[in-house]
Design a protein around this ligand. Sequence first.
Ligand code: SF4
Ligand code: SF4
Length: 166
Amino acid sequence: MERRYSNILSRAKSQRRETKLFLEQLKRKKIKNLDKIFKRITEEIFYDINCLECGNCCITLGPRINNTDIDRLSHFLGMKRAGFRNHYLKTDEDGDAVFKTMPCPFLMKDDNSCSVYKARPRACMEYPHTDAKYMSKSLDLVYENSLYCPAVILVLDRLRQEITLS
Ligand code: SF4
Ligand code: SF4
């Protein structure tokens, strides 16, 4: 991971209480157009982020994998569904299908690219979920992701500059 991103993650860990407090205030405030604001800021932040220089989500967080993902991935890899399941997946403590091993088996170690990018799980497409519908209901997830994804911390920095909560 490039130093720029590891520095942001170190900051995320040291300011986790402030982040939690900010998100709790945001939850209470019920801001109009919060989804649109998050979406715009997420686009602006990702314009300057190169995920190939980071890769932390694919190294540390396993996506949930649904049946449609299994269909798409097994087809992409030319495998049978059952074979794909047996080879790559396990069931976690919440009953969800996840990769057996992390870092993700499809993460290319030399450049952090995804070898199944066109067929990647939906959770990977949507990560880090800062441009979801109903952001007011996703703020706990935003907090969790702020500890792993440098982009989330930058989104929250920008949000703090734009929104007055007092
Ligand atoms: S499938 Fe691709 S995008 Fe998803 S975790 Fe693995 S390497 Fe990352
Ligand atoms: S989505 Fe976030 S954690 Fe994942 S590679 Fe991009 S910046 Fe890193």
